[in-house]
Design a protein around this ligand. Structure first.
Ligand SMILES: [Fe+2]
Ligand SMILES: [Fe+2]
Length: 198
């Protein structure tokens, strides 16, 4: 991708005319997927997820969007209920508290067991859900949580959620490594110039 194209995309992102998921530069605003989740994406409860860091390297909003998109694509591929998969993916981590802070309070219920129930309650307030969507949100942590998924779509979201966590953590690493190398080179050059002057 050229420098100009990258700058153009950055401008469109800034203006809210370009939305992409981790692992792809495609503008998902121009896809059928976007039509399914557009209304939900504008809800305050969903937008506020952007205020929380998730999986160290991203926001909870981006993570939910990633899970929603890949869940939709995979369920569509297998001719399952892709629209429900998109909606449940977007709402599967709909909770508004800091994960690390919650765990530090040594709660009786582990975060992995607690947050799917919080997300399910919050999602019920946002839209009328079908049983498949409820199952996907409530059991997305399986097999960490005990009840077995009832729907094929739920097995898929359990995989997609973990896949997204991995790419969200790993994909920014080469950029970080590149930054680290550039800083080291700059520091060495700076030191050499100072030594030459003295
Ligand atoms: Fe989760
Ligand atoms: Fe998640």
């Amino acid at each position: 991708m050229t420098k100009e194209r990258r700058a153009e995309i950055a401008r469109l992102i800034e203006q809210g005319e370009w939305l992409h998921v981790t692992g792809s530069r495609k503008n998902i605003m121009q896809t059928e997927f976007y039509d399914v989740v557009e209304e939900l994406l504008h809800r305050d409860e969903v937008r506020e997820l952007a205020d929380f860091t998730h999986h160290r390297m991203t926001t909870r909003y981006q993570h939910c969007l990633n899970v929603s998109y890949y869940n939709y694509k995979l369920c569509r591929l297998f001719r399952l209920d892709a629209d429900s998969a998109a909606r449940a993916g977007l709402l599967h981590d709909l909770y508004h508290y800091d994960t690390a802070r919650y765990s530090k309070t040594a709660p009786a219920i582990k975060h992995s067991h607690y947050h799917p129930q919080v997300a399910l309650e919050a999602a019920e307030k946002l839209l009328e859900m079908n049983d498949c969507e409820r199952d996907m949100i409530g059991n997305h942590m399986w097999p960490v949580t005990v009840p077995r998924p009832k729907y094929a779509e739920t097995y898929i979201i359990t995989f997609v959620d973990k896949y997204c966590a991995v790419i969200e953590y790993l994909l920014p690493q080469p950029a970080r490594f590149g930054r680290y190398v550039r800083n080291r080179i700059y520091a060495c050059r700076h030191r050499n110039t100072k030594t030459a002057r003295s």
